[in-house]
Design a protein around this ligand. Structure first.
Ligand SMILES: Nc1nc2c(c(=O)[nH]1)N[C@H]1C(S)=C(S)[C@@H](COP(=O)(O)OP(=O)(O)OC[C@H]3O[C@@H](n4cnc5c(=O)[nH]c(N)nc54)[C@H](O)[C@@H]3O)O[C@H]1N2
Ligand SMILES: Nc1nc2c(c(=O)[nH]1)N[C@H]1C(S)=C(S)[C@@H](COP(=O)(O)OP(=O)(O)OC[C@H]3O[C@@H](n4cnc5c(=O)[nH]c(N)nc54)[C@H](O)[C@@H]3O)O[C@H]1N2
Ligand SMILES: [Mo]
Length: 781
C-alpha cells in the first residue's frame, strides 16, 4: 500500500502524499460506497484556522480568572507551552481548593475524532477523574430524548438503537416502509468511530431496484434517494404525532389492529384506545382531526392505514423527530402504531429508529467491543443532561427535573472542553454567549479556531488523527484499523494525551495518568489486552500487535446477516420479557404518568409545539426552519474543506426554500438573504427548490458561527442555524436537544448595503502580552 492507513467518523481511508506536501484522502479498497466527505480532509488539515500555538485571552492574562462578557471578542496572546500549562495547572488547583471539584464542568460533549486511544473525551474524563472529579453530562445531542424515553417503553434503549432489524432482513421481507423523516442517504456515510465498508447506500439501491413500497413522511424530498419511487407525504414539521395518531385511529375504527398481539405483548393499549377514540378527552383522533394538523388529506391517511395493515410493514422514525419539542411523542406514537399492526418481532415488520440517521443502524457488522482507554470513576455525582449547558451556567443552584427526579445545577467556575464545539452544537447561541460569560475560566483543546475556541480563555492546540498514531474502528465496523501517523503535527500542536500528561505532572499525578506509557506503548497495551480477551473467550484470534500494525488493519469476525428486532421477545414473551414494569411494550406508562409532566403525558399524545406552522407564533415568523445534519461535512468538522466550501452560496451557507416562498419575497436563486427571529439572525445564500414543502426552509448545521461584533441579538455572517433555534428541552422527562426546528422570517439583503464579511475562516486577532513584567516579550501579530 502506498498510502498511510487511517480511519475517521466518515470511514476508513488512506492518506496519499502529493509532491507539493499536500495530502489526499483515498477511499479504502474494501469500501463499496466511500463518503463524499473524504474530499474535505486535505484542505482542512493545514488550513489557516489551525491553532498553531497555545493562546490566552488578553483580559484573562491581564486581570486573572473571572466572569467576562469579553469572551468571544477580545484578542488572544500567544504563549509558550510551559507557560500555558503552568497557568492552567494553577487555575485547576485554585478552583478545586476554593470551590471544590463540582465547580469544574468537564462534560465536554462532542464528536472529537475517530481513534480509540486519543479519543478526546476519554482522555479528558480520565484526567479529570484523577484530578478528583467534575460535573459531567449525560446522553447525547443525537438521542437525548429517546435514550431516556425508550427504557420506559421497551426496557432498553440500546436494544432498539443498536440491535435494529438488519438491512438484509428488511430488503428480503419488508413490503412497505413508512419512513417518518425518510431514510436520508447523506447521513449514512457517518458512524461514530468509523466504518470500513459503508453498506447502507447499497441497501438503499437494492430497495430502489426491488421496488419496495416506501412512503416518505417528511418536509424534504431529499430525505429519500430520488431514484426510489416513493409516495411523498410532505407533512407539516412537528406534526408527525398527529399523523401517527390519525393512522392509529383508522386502524382501530376499522378493526385493522392486531388485538391478539396487543393483549400478549403490550400493556396500556386500552388507555391509548380511549385517547384515540375520544372517550378520554372528547376528541377523536381520527383522520380528519389529524389532517387539520399535519397537512395531509384525511383520505390519504385512511388509505395509508389500510395499506399498512395489508402488508408486511416497517415503521421507521429518524432521530431528528425526537430532536424537537415534545420529541418523545413521535417515537412513542410510532412504536404504538407498529404495535397495533402486530408485526413487531416478525422479519421485515415492526419498528425501527434511526435508519438513515447513522450508518450503523441496520448494518450487519459484528457487535464487538473494541479496545478502549479506561477512564476510572468520577467521584462527583453532579451532572446535566448534555443540552442543558446554558441553564447550568446561567442558573446555579436552580432545580431541574430529569427522568422523574429533581437535581440541582452546581455553581460552575471552570469549563473544560476537548473534542466538542458547543458554539456549533448548542441552541440559541446568543444565550450560550451570555452563559459562557459566567464562569471564571474556559479552557478549550482544539485543532481549529472554532467559535468555541474563540470563546475560551485558554486555547491549547491539539493534533488531528493524521498527526498521531491510534487504533480505529466503529460500532459494527468490519475492520480494526492501524491508524499510522501521516504527517508531522501542525504548528506546535500536541496530542490531547500529551497536554493532559503535562498538566497531570504539574498537579502531581502524572504516573497515574500515563502509567509510564508512551502513546505507542498504550496502543500495544490496549490492543494486547483486547486481543487476549477475544482469544480467551473463543471469539477470535487477532494477530500480534506487530503483525497488525505492519498490515495496517485486521478484519474482524463477521456479524449475522439476518436479524429481527425483538424476535426473541416475540417468540416467547414469558421467557424473554422486556425490562419494563409489565415485561411488555408499554403503550401507556404508569411510571411516566406518575411524574405528572404536562410536557410528557403517560401515553403517546398530541402536544402542540410553540413553534410550528400551525400555531400562533407562525403569524410573525411564517417559515419553519429545518436545521438538519449537513451533507457536506460532519457537524462543524471539515467546514473549511473543499466539499463544504464548494456548496456555499453568496459566500455563505446555502438555505433551501420553495420557489413560492421565494417569489413572495422577491428572492432569486443565489441571492444573499437574512434569516431572522427574536433570538438572532443569519446571512445565507438562496437555493430555490420544489423538493422542500412550501413554508419550510432548510439550513443545515455546521457553518462556523461568525457573530458580527457588537450586534445583539447575534447576526451570524456565515449561516449557523443555532443563532436562530430556541434553547428549550424536548420535555422535563428527558431534557433532550430540540435544535431541529425554529420559526423564522426571511428577507433579501438590500443591494445597496455592504454585507458583513465572513471572518471565521481567518484566525482570530492576536495581540502583545499586556502584562507589565513581560514588556519585552515577542508579540505575534
Ligand atoms: N440546530 C441543531 N443543532 C444541532 C443538531 C441539530 O439537528 N440541529 N444536531 C446535534 C447533534 S445530533 C450533534 S451530535 C451535535 C454535534 O456537535 P459536536 O460534536 O460538538 O460537533 P463537531 O463539529 O463534530 O465538534 C467536534 C469538535 O472537536 C474537534 N476535534 C476533532 N478532533 C479532535 C481531537 O482529537 N481533540 C480535540 N481536542 N478536538 C478535536 C473538532 O475540530 C470540532 O471542533 O450537534 C447538535 N446540534
Ligand atoms: N453527512 C453527515 N451525516 C451525519 C452527520 C453529519 O453531520 N453529516 N451527523 C450524524 C449525527 S451526529 C447524527 S445524530 C445523525 C442525525 O440523524 P437525524 O437526526 O435523523 O438527521 P437529520 O439530517 O438532522 O434529520 C433527518 C431528516 O428529518 C427530517 N425532519 C426534520 N423535522 C421533521 C419533522 O418534524 N417531521 C418529519 N417527518 N421529518 C422531519 C429532515 O427533513 C431531515 O433531513 O446524523 C449523522 N450523520
Ligand atoms: Mo448527533
Amino acid at each position: 500500500m502506498n498510502t498511510t492507513p487511517t480511519t475517521s467518523h466518515w470511514g476508513a481511508f488512506g492518506v496519499r502524499h502529493a509532491a507539493d506536501g499536500s495530502v489526499e484522502a483515498v477511499p479504502h479498497p474494501a469500501d463499496p460506497s466511500p463518503s463524499p466527505l473524504l474530499g474535505g480532509v486535505g484542505g482542512s488539515l493545514r488550513h489557516t484556522t489551525r491553532v498553531r500555538r497555545p493562546a490566552v485571552r488578553r483580559g484573562w492574562l491581564e486581570h486573572g480568572p473571572g466572569p467576562s462578557a469579553a469572551r468571544g471578542s477580545e484578542p488572544f496572546v500567544e504563549v509558550d507551552w510551559d507557560e500555558a500549562l503552568d497557568l492552567l495547572a494553577a487555575e485547576l488547583l485554585r478552583v478545586r481548593t476554593e470551590h471544590g471539584n463540582r465547580a469544574v464542568f468537564g462534560g465536554s460533549y462532542g464528536w472529537a475524532s475517530a481513534g480509540r486511544f486519543h479519543h478526546a473525551q476519554s482522555q479528558l474524563h480520565r484526567f479529570l477523574n484523577q484530578y478528583g472529579g467534575y460535573t459531567g453530562s449525560r446522553n447525547s445531542y443525537s438521542l437525548g430524548t429517546s435514550l431516556v424515553l425508550l427504557p420506559h417503553l421497551v426496557g432498553d434503549a440500546e436494544a432498539v438503537l443498536r440491535a435494529g432489524s438488519s438491512w438484509p432482513t428488511i430488503t428480503a421481507n419488508t413490503g412497505l416502509i413508512v419512513a417518518f423523516g425518510g431514510i436520508p442517504e447523506k447521513n449514512v456515510y457517518v458512524t461514530p468511530g468509523g466504518v470500513t465498508r459503508h453498506s447502507t447506500p447499497g441497501h438503499l439501491a437494492e430497495l430502489a431496484a426491488a421496488g419496495t413500497g416506501i412512503v416518505l413522511v417528511g418536509p424534504l424530498r431529499a430525505d429519500l434517494p430520488e431514484d426510489i419511487d416513493a409516495e411523498w407525504l410532505p407533512v407539516v414539521p412537528g406534526s408527525d404525532t398527529a399523523l401517527m395518531l390519525g393512522l392509529a385511529h383508522t386502524l382501530l375504527a376499522e378493526r385493522l389492529h392486531d388485538r391478539a398481539f396487543l393483549d400478549r405483548y403490550c400493556s396500556g393499549f386500552d388507555t391509548l384506545a380511549a385517547y384515540l377514540d375520544g372517550s378520554a378527552d372528547g376528541t377523536a383522533k381520527d383522520a380528519d382531526w389529524a389532517a387539520r394538523l399535519c397537512g395531509i388529506e384525511a383520505g390519504r391517511i385512511r388509505a395509508l392505514a389500510r395499506r399498512m395493515a395489508a402488508a408486511r410493514t416497517l415503521v421507521t422514525v429518524t432521530w431528528s423527530l425526537q430532536r424537537a419539542r415534545y420529541g418523545e411523542q413521535p417515537v412513542w406514537a410510532g412504536l404504538a402504531l407498529a404495535s397495533m399492526l402486530g408485526q413487531i418481532g416478525l422479519p421485515g415488520g415492526g419498528f425501527g429508529h434511526g435508519y438513515g440517521s447513522m450508518g450503523d443502524v441496520g448494518d450487519t457488522g459484528p457487535v464487538l467491543r473494541l479496545p478502549f482507554l479506561p477512564q476510572g470513576q468520577n467521584p462527583v455525582p453532579d451532572f446535566i443532561p448534555c443540552a442543558r449547558i446554558s441553564d447550568l451556567l446561567l442558573h446555579p443552584g436552580e432545580e431541574f427535573r430529569y427522568d422523574g427526579d429533581s437535581y440541582t445545577y452546581p455553581d460552575i467556575r471552570l469549563v473544560y472542553w476537548a473534542g466538542g464545539n458547543p458554539f456549533h452544537h448548542h441552541q440559541d447561541l446568543g444565550r450560550l454567549r451570555r452563559a459562557f460569560a459566567r464562569p471564571d475560566t474556559v479552557v478549550v483543546h482544539e485543532p481549529h479556531w472554532t467559535a468555541s475556541a474563540r470563546h475560551a480563555d485558554i486555547v491549547l492546540p491539539v493534533t488531528t488523527t493524521l498527526e498521531r498514531e491510534d487504533l480505529g474502528g466503529g460500532r459494527r465496523d468490519t475492520h480494526l484499523i492501524a491508524m499510522h501517523q501521516a504527517v508531522a503535527p501542525v504548528g506546535e500542536a500536541r496530542d490531547d494525551y500529551a497536554v493532559l500528561a503535562g498538566l497531570a505532572q504539574r498537579l502531581g499525578f502524572e504516573k497515574e495518568f500515563t502509567e509510564g506509557r508512551s502513546p505507542r506503548q498504550w496502543l500495544r497495551h490496549l490492543y494486547t489486552e483486547w486481543s487476549s480477551d477475544l482469544t480467551e473467550s473463543g471469539i477470535a484470534h487477532p494477530p500480534s500487535f506487530e503483525r497488525f500494525w505492519a498490515d495496517g488493519e485486521w478484519q474482524l469476525p463477521p456479524g449475522p446477516e439476518q436479524h429481527t428486532l425483538f424476535a426473541e421477545f416475540r417468540a416467547d414473551p414469558v421467557a424473554a420479557p422486556l425490562a419494563t414494569p409489565s415485561g411488555r411494550i408499554e403503550l401507556a406508562s404508569a411510571r411516566i404518568a406518575a411524574m405528572q409532566l404536562p410536557d410528557c403525558p403517560g401515553h403517546p399524545s398530541w402536544v402542540e409545539p410553540e413553534e410550528w406552522l400551525g400555531g400562533a407564533a407562525a403569524e410573525r415568523y411564517p417559515l419553519l426552519l429545518i436545521a438538519n445534519q449537513p451533507s457536506t461535512r460532519l457537524h462543524s468538522q471539515l467546514d473549511t474543506g473543499a466539499v463544504s466550501l464548494a456548496a456555499k452560496v453568496a459566500g455563505r451557507e446555502a438555505l433551501q426554500l420553495h420557489p413560492a416562498d421565494a417569489a413572495a419575497r422577491g428572492i432569486a436563486d443565489g441571492d444573499l438573504l437574512r434569516v431572522f427571529n427574536d433570538r438572532g439572525a443569519c446571512l445565507v445564500g438562496a437555493v430555490l427548490t420544489d423538493r422542500v414543502r412550501a413554508g419550510v426552509v432548510r439550513l443545515p448545521t455546521g457553518a462556523w458561527f461568525d457573530p458580527v461584533p457588537g450586534v445583539e441579538p447575534p447576526l451570524c455572517a456565515h449561516g449557523n442555524p443555532n443563532a436562530l433555534t430556541a434553547d428549550l428541552p424536548s420535555s422535563r422527562l428527558s431534557q433532550g436537544c430540540t435544535g431541529q426546528h425554529a420559526l423564522v422570517q426571511i428577507e433579501r439583503w438590500p443591494d445597496d448595503v455592504p454585507p458583513p464579511p465572513v471572518t471565521v475562516r481567518h484566525p482570530p486577532r492576536f495581540t502583545a502580552d499586556p502584562r507589565p513584567s513581560t514588556v519585552d516579550r515577542e508579540s505575534h501579530q
